[in-house]
Design a protein around this ligand. Structure first.
Ligand code: SAH
Length: 525
């Protein structure tokens, strides 16, 4: 960061990489983390915006083919204006900013305006998408030169500045960006200029993302194949003998869930583990949280209980959120985890237990079966008489009665304290249409995962509210256990697979077995 002129703003022209968020560079990420304004393009993975500070202003500049939300001139003016206000501005672009990214034009405008800037290169689509398709752009004996070309020259130019004759005969591998619209002209030009029609060629769409599509062919047939597959931008065309190597080097699309679109309906904060596991196995994961957790505004009953925590023999946590809210209150009151040294703690699931260890505490009790019934059984296995014991149950405002009732029957004095609400997030009709694949751009989901009865109920309610009730019957669900499956079937959601073990890992295993006939994936993740 420019320490020589801290008061003046600066613009970082940053490459966001080709799509897979893991392909961003550390330097790019550091720019995002410290920026006050981010101006980003259509091809930037929106997950990367999650790394900017909360107060950072996020401006979408568009640039999807045919849709120019801001013109290039307007973008230049915006960058200059924000920097002159003294802001740290990150101009985030797909791939590399200087490879068909108009980064040079933006840098020139900044120079003219006297605005300081730095350039942070990114992984460009040509090398990244090819690598994920198993195509090395150079290869000993097959290709010792690489040319990057645009298939979409400036419309105002009268004649092409691309020397097709020399290119077609003088370079081994050619990668063409933005070539879908003019695909047949490009292919014809290459052939007319001397590239044999049987030269291998591939089209890679949405390279490096789990929705990647790869089509291999030859110059003679690729146009027809692309039309048949209705392949749309963004895609690169790669022409050259190296394409043949894909037959042996294909790896990305070999993962067991590749090509499957799976919807994850957990809360935003809980979704990440399930999404990451499915994503690593190759699935195109769409997060569609059906529950938002809102801590209650008045938590005084919890504060009271914490102040008298030594009076309790047990605390039972039923969710990760419950654990987090509890400890936030505990810390806000000036205590730390040692305040719980005399209390025993039970958790209703592995994830809740893991969250507890984040606060330096090991759970004393985890039931074998992660349900209220399972928890009752686990308590009974320790003792069937809890008289004189107080049990604290901090949880959702809508939690079930079974656990407190059964513990009371065993003599315990149970104190239930609601600490959060579960609410249904609002969704637009367009968002639901794209989720269901009702629009032309997206495919319909192969599976929707449900991790509790409320995820199913809320999912159906969201579909109902947005006018898509009739799609409920065509959904194939994956459920975490019998209670969730029951709720789903009552609402008309077909459950295609149910987890053998009620946990996220169990759910993932069962999904694997549904699509692949195996429950384990040989490679260690
Ligand atoms: N600066 C970018 C390129 C921007 S031009 C870079 O360095 O990658 C936009 C074109 O890039 C798209 O039309 C497409 O041809 C290509 N492209 C970008 N991301 C891509 C991806 N993930 N898969 C395939 N092609 C991609």
């Amino acid at each position: 960061m420019n320490s020589w002129d801290r008061d003046k703003g600066i613009v970082y022209l940053v490459g966001a990489g080709p799509g897979d968020e893991g392909l961003i560079t550390l330097k790019s990420l550091n720019c995002i983390r410290r920026s006050q304004v981010i101006v980003y393009d259509y091809l930037v993975n929106e997950k990367l915006l999650g790394y900017c500070p909360e107060e950072c202003e996020r401006i979408y500049a568009g640039k999807r083919a045919g849709e120019h939300t801001l013109s290039q001139e307007e973008i230049n003016i915006l960058l200059i204006k924000k920097a002159k206000e003294g802001k740290i501005v990150t101009r985030l672009k797909g791939g590399d900013p200087f490879v068909f990214g108009r980064g040079g034009e933006e840098a020139l405008a900044l120079v003219d305006a006297g605005v300081p800037f730095e350039i942070v290169p990114g992984v460009t689509a040509a090398v990244a998408a090819s690598a994920y398709a198993g195509i090395p752009v150079t290869h000993r004996g097959l290709s010792s030169s690489l040319t990057l070309l645009t298939g979409h020259e400036d419309q105002s130019k009268k004649e092409s500045t691309i020397n097709w004759d020399k290119l077609a005969t003088g370079t081994d591998t050619i990668v063409i960006y933005m070539g879908i619209k003019n695909l047949s002209e490009i292919v014809n030009r290459l052939k007319e200029s001397g590239k044999p029609g049987n030269t291998p060629a591939a089209l890679i769409r949405w390279g490096t993302l789990n929705r990647q599509q790869t089509l291999t062919s030859t110059l003679d047939t690729i146009t027809e194949q692309a039309e048949k597959a209705r392949l749309k931008p963004p895609a690169i065309l790669i022409v050259g003998k190296v394409v043949e190597l894909r037959k042996k080097l294909k790896w990305f699309d070999n993962r067991p869930l590749f090509g499957k679109k799976i919807v994850v309906t957990r809360t935003r904060s809980q979704a990440s583990v399930l999404s990451a596991m499915l994503g690593e196995l190759g699935a195109e994961v769409v997060e569609f949280p059906t529950i938002d957790i809102l801590p209650l505004t008045d938590l005084t009953p919890l504060d009271e209980a914490i102040r008298h925590i030594e009076e309790f023999s047990w605390i039972v946590f039923t969710s990760v959120n419950g654990v987090d809210i509890f400890f936030k209150c505990l810390f806000d009151l000036g205590y730390d985890s040692r305040a719980l040294h005399k209390v025993k703690i039970a958790v209703i699931g592995k994830a809740t237990g893991k969250q507890l260890t984040e606060y330096g505490i090991k759970p004393d009790l985890i039931p074998e079966v992660f349900t209220s019934e399972g928890t009752v059984k686990a308590f009974r296995s320790i003792s069937d008489n809890y008289s004189g014991k107080r049990i604290l149950l901090p949880g959702s405002a809508i939690s079930g009665d079974l656990l407190p009732e059964e513990l009371t029957k065993m003599g315990a004095e149970v104190l239930r304290i609601p600490i959060y609400h579960n609410v249904i997030p609002e969704y637009s009709r367009e968002r639901v249409a794209s989720l269901l694949g009702v629009d032309s751009e997206n495919g319909s989901p192969d599976l929707v995962t449900f991790t509790s009865s409320s995820t199913v109920r809320n999912f159906v309610e969201i579909l109902e509210k947005t006018g898509f009730r009739r799609y409920v019957n065509s959904i194939r669900g994956a459920s975490i256990g019998p209670v969730t499956s029951g709720a789903a079937e009552e609402l008309g959601v077909r459950i295609a697979v149910e987890a053998a073990e009620q946990s996220i890992q169990g759910l993932v295993d069962s999904i694997l077995s549904l699509f692949t006939n195996t429950t384990t994936y040989e490679r260690k993740l």
